[in-house]
Design a binder for this molecule. Sequence first.
Ligand code: FES
Ligand code: FES
Length: 167
Amino acid sequence: MPVLSKERRHPVIFTLNGEEVEGFAEPRMLLVDFLRHQLGATGTHVGCEHGICGACTIRIDGKAQRACLTLAVQADGRSIETIEGMAAADGTLSPLQQAFHENFALQCGFCTPGILMSMEEFLETNPDPSETEVREALSGNICRCTGYAEIINAVLQTAKQLREGAE
Ligand code: FES
Ligand code: FES
């Protein structure tokens, strides 16, 4: 791919998992490509590249969004969270990650970053979901490996743990 001159690219500066990052992006560059190829944040995966599979889900100003449907220039000035920021700095897994681990809720792991980002937001907005609500919330994330039962168990377990921790 030819390298564009800086004059044809736009500066992009945003907060990534709490740290300011910057780079240059041509107007049509996708945010997921900017994250992966310019910033080396390869935890965000690329599946369908047109908004269907959910593999590229990140959080923009707290909202779960498709990074394959977002232009890099649209991230300018925003707060972006990716899977790289989910565990604690010392490597301690988040409650949701730990529950995925305990419930065998991943196999190849390709869909997992996107599902974790989606479910993290979901549990913040719905801390006491029914199984049906979890299934509906997962409908935007395609997993070809697990059959979803373990993922649903992990999300419900996390919700229960977070509620009990808050009491
Ligand atoms: S890669 Fe973005 S939704 Fe599939
Ligand atoms: S764990 Fe393989 S696609 Fe979901």
